[in-house]
Design a protein around this ligand. Sequence first.
Ligand code: CU
Length: 335
Amino acid sequence: MLAESTYGAWFPPMLSEHGGEIDHLISVVHWFMLALFVGWGIFFVYCLVRFRQRGGHKAVYNPVKGKISKYVEIAVGVFEAFLLVGLSMPVWDWYKNEPPDAGADRCEIRVVGEQFQWNFHYPGPDGKFGRTDAALIDTATNPLGIDWENEDAKDDVFSQEMHLPVGKDIYVRITSKDVIHSFAIPTMRVKQDSIPGMEIPVWFKVKKDATTAKLKESMTQTYPIDKIKWRRIRHHVAVEDYQDRSGQVVLAKGAPLGNNLEQGEKLINTLRESGHTELVLQPANPLEVICAQLCGNNHYTMKAQLITHEPADFDAWVQEMIEDRTAGSEMFEDF
Ligand SMILES: [Cu+2]
């Protein structure tokens, strides 16, 4: 599965346990629509030919009074009501009432959208979210108003990057501070509106082998330097150091090919003139959380980096975040 994890012309890579079913449904709907399109298209052309204007025929403007068309229409209506009330609603009801069990294996995260960023609140090792208070909100340092003095908040983590452990139940509680946003992770086939005043849960599982590290590895490609278009690789970084003729590193491992078109093209030229014929590149970060609801002027910038870890590495990240914050606050106390 990972071998196919590159962005192509069709869907983005699919990295969640349930995503295959969604892709399957989308395929079925598309094939069904194609059949309808072709069928109705043929009927349309038939009518154009069959009822074309010709001598000795006069147009009639009254609707047809046949019984069959009436019954067919009623039957279609009844069938569609059955699809909705008889099939879809029970499935949705069952699904929405069967969240993954709370416990050590469930990773719970509060997600709060705001113009124009995503905020993530993790409960930390104790599994309890600390108190939040609108009065404590500070746009720059504490957008969620977490009460860091609160006992349950001592091991909480606030982040504007989303970090997820692979293979575990992810239980996300989504809300918004201002307007309606839509929490979406295309690669996980997850999307849910975030609505102020409501907290809507969504759950999914990241595939066991879909760690960011492995994804980057599998998306590593060799690009012939003559064919490189900066725009296509601007979110990529070098996998190794590249030197010019004098031996000076002009493109370091982990660095992007310039921050804009001009820089990028200059660097590509330098590398070409230094005798390089190809570059090995990988995405800086292949995954992201986006907002899928037009929520204001800068809607398109409302993205968050998404990083997936092995569960042990995820725990290490949580620990690191807690230590960073406590170290930071102690530093302030010294002043
Ligand atoms: Cu938004």
